[in-house]
Design a protein around this ligand. Sequence first.
Ligand SMILES: *[C@@H]1O[C@H](CO)[C@@H](O)[C@H](O)[C@H]1NC(C)=O
Ligand SMILES: *[C@@H]1O[C@H](CO)[C@@H](O)[C@H](O)[C@H]1NC(C)=O
Ligand SMILES: *[C@@H]1O[C@H](CO)[C@@H](O)[C@H](O)[C@H]1NC(C)=O
Ligand SMILES: *[C@@H]1O[C@H](CO)[C@@H](O)[C@H](O)[C@H]1NC(C)=O
Ligand SMILES: *[C@@H]1O[C@H](CO)[C@@H](O)[C@H](O)[C@H]1NC(C)=O
Ligand SMILES: *[C@@H]1O[C@H](CO)[C@@H](O)[C@H](O)[C@H]1NC(C)=O
Length: 279
Amino acid sequence: MNVSKFSLSFCGGLLAILIFNSLAFNVTAAEYYTVKPTFLPSCRIYEPGFINCSTHSIQKLIDQLNIGIPEIVERFGSLDPMHIKDIVYKQDNNEVATLSSNLTNVMVKGFSQIIIKESRVSKKDFNWQTKIYIPKMSLDAKYKMAGRVLLLPLNGSGKMLIVIDDLDVLLRTKVQLYEKGNFTFYNVTAVTAQLNMSRVHTNLDNLFNGRSKEVERSTNQFFNDNWRDFYEALKPLIVETVETIFLEIMSTVFHLIPANFFVEDIPTPQQLYGTDSKE
Ligand SMILES: *[C@@H]1O[C@H](CO)[C@@H](O)[C@H](O)[C@H]1NC(C)=O
Ligand SMILES: *[C@@H]1O[C@H](CO)[C@@H](O)[C@H](O)[C@H]1NC(C)=O
Ligand SMILES: *[C@@H]1O[C@H](CO)[C@@H](O)[C@H](O)[C@H]1NC(C)=O
Ligand SMILES: *[C@@H]1O[C@H](CO)[C@@H](O)[C@H](O)[C@H]1NC(C)=O
Ligand SMILES: *[C@@H]1O[C@H](CO)[C@@H](O)[C@H](O)[C@H]1NC(C)=O
Ligand SMILES: *[C@@H]1O[C@H](CO)[C@@H](O)[C@H](O)[C@H]1NC(C)=O
């Protein structure tokens, strides 16, 4: 019963905690790869065509994650649908929402449909910038919510469904290089996400503790008619959920697979940071 728990951030009254429903950690599989998996193409950052090559390489990695990389499956379970245990979300002093909301039994769907549109790696610090498209992402959960969204007072608990169509994500990933067994590895230390979408559809049942089905229906209708405003109210929740999922998965993947298998001519940490560095 191993549960990894981590705090997302605390800024401007927002506090969110995600607790991954991790499975057993006593992984018997490889500590890290020493042979390049055949599914990965060979990319060299100091040669032309690197962005195209890297884009294909990351797509192949995503495809393989969907097929199932044992070390990742052992830690996270299935990636699509992906189970996340709890999200505690509190937001105040925001003009569109004052909300305390607790989500449990969270299930995120859509990651198997990820399309990598572009993968860039900086030659300066080897941080990445990745453009991703997800045709449809959904978040299913049990919610408990009290507060106000778009001036409407809400108080209820029940089932929540958020569906996001045509999701474009720009991920900025910070890494530090480190060495393990003569390979250079990425230590993924931070991920920020910027999202654009064509529509957000929401359904919250039992919004007013079941007092009025008609008001519940018209409130959901109102949120969907005004989805851009509604999204603004929930944006920190959605963005941080996406950032945390990518951070957790990418840091696990890149402690497992050497950076050399993605960028064959990546420098060693000593070459990049200098021998006097504490890296
Ligand atoms: C991009 O990479 C793919 C796969 O590595 C290759 O088939 C394609 O020819 C490349 N395209 C360009 C424009 O280099
Ligand atoms: C959410 O849970 C926290 C404690 O974990 C509690 O303080 C808060 O009142 C809960 N919010 C709702 C809407 O139930
Ligand atoms: C929300 O509803 C519950 C149960 O009906 C009630 O106990 C609680 O006081 C209400 N909270 C607010 C902020 O209205
Ligand atoms: C989102 O849209 C804005 C404005 O069109 C654009 O500048 C930005 O690059 C887009 N971001 C993503 C992740 O698509
Ligand atoms: C690293 O490379 C050196 C020289 O090529 C070799 O002697 C050493 O055994 C290697 N270490 C590991 C952990 O593979
Ligand atoms: C990765 O970075 C984190 C945060 O900076 C640090 O605590 C950890 O020791 C690093 N891990 C490795 C293997 O370098």
